[in-house]
Design a protein around this ligand. Structure first.
Ligand SMILES: O=C[C@H](O)COP(=O)(O)O
Length: 320
């Protein structure tokens, strides 16, 4: 992932409870705006193909299953480095682009297997801090981050302690996020809010803001394991928090919807949210990722349809 040379990484600015108390979310308005974005006619033909190619570069290609094996992770990494079949790359004129996904995302135990294949050509993101529930001890969680960084993860996807949000204990959320960011060192940290557990959009907005105040590089919706994962209304609330944080502090924080984003159409919707709410700068991998295990397969099918006019069966596309 290339980060612009003048990019200034977010840092802890202190917990501002006054700012937090002024955060309110109009749910009806967020739902209406989300519906209008979701129903909008998306870009067509060549433009759509270009957006889908771009979407590939934004994917954190993910496998987070209890039955993950070194072999599966190695196949995932090969796919991340060569996400499209050669005939499609040629037909789309992408030979010079060196197309790859944004990163791969795995459990700690799989970092070294990913590293064997990727050899630094793509970032490895490791989920951490007792993913997905986040209910191990603080000491264990911080150590887990340190071990993943030592094994070669350049990005750490932490899960927040949901009870801090549900009980309004913003100081505790701030403190844990500061500790995680510190343990990450140079590795970038994505704060998974597990929005499906947070009950209200106002909680989502406040948790987003506290994590950014504590130095999160990215805020991310979900682990993929909650009952409800990424949605457009939640995304609107989170990207608007990012916009407000940028306006007030000058820091640019990234966004990662994750969980259940499995179709090209959904990817285009999330890209539209980013473009309309934050602008083109937030359509680059240092500020936007889509966490997904099966999205790439659908994008490849849609691009094949663009090239040949036909859809192939899902099983014809190499899957990790
Ligand atoms: O962080 C990424 C998610 O765990 C992936 O979820 P998914 O398998 O629904 O695409």
């Amino acid at each position: 992932m290339s980060i612009p040379a003048d990019f200034k990484r977010n840092e802890a600015i202190g917990l501002d409870l006054g700012w937090l108390n002024h955060i309110h979310v109009n749910k009806a308005a967020a739902d209406r705006r989300a519906a209008s974005l979701a129903n909008r006619r998306t870009v067509k033909k060549e433009y759509q193909a270009a957006w889908l190619v771009k979407a590939i570069e934004l994917i954190d290609l993910t496998t987070l299953s209890g039955d993950d094996t070194p072999g599966r992770v190695e196949r995932l990494c090969m796919k991340a480095m060569r996400p499209l079949r050669t005939d499609l790359v040629e037909a789309l004129g992408l030979q010079e682009r060196n197309l790859m996904t944004g990163a791969v995302c795995v459990y700690h135990e799989m970092i070294r297997h990913a590293d064997k294949v990727l050899k630094g050509r793509l970032p490895i993101a490791a989920v951490s801090t007792g993913f997905p529930a986040g209910l191990t001890s603080m000491e264990t969680k911080v150590r887990e981050i340190e071990l993943s960084v030592a094994d070669g993860a350049q990005e750490i996807d932490i899960v927040i302690t949901r009870q801090h949000v549900l009980t309004g204990n913003w100081q505790a959320l701030y403190d844990e996020m500061v500790a995680y960011r510190q343990a990450c060192g140079e590795a970038h940290v994505k704060a998974i809010l597990a929005t499906g557990d947070l009950v209200t959009l106002e909680n989502v907005a406040k948790a987003s803001m506290v994590c950014m105040m504590a130095g999160a590089d990215f805020i991310k919706t979900s682990t993929g394991k909650e009952g409800v994962n990424a949605t457009i209304p939640v995304s609107l609330v989170m990207v608007r928090a990012i916009r407000e944080f940028h306006e007030r502090t000058g820091f640019k924080v990234g966004y990662k919807p994750a969980g259940g984003v499995s179709t090209a159409k959904a990817a285009l919707q999330y890209m539209t949210v980013m473009k309309e709410e934050l602008g083109n700068e937030w359509l680059e991998p240092h500020l936007f990722r889509i966490g997904a295990s099966s999205l790439l397969t659908d994008i490849e099918r849609q691009l094949e349809h663009h090239v040949t006019g036909n859809y192939s069966a899902v099983h014809r596309h190499a899957q990790p």
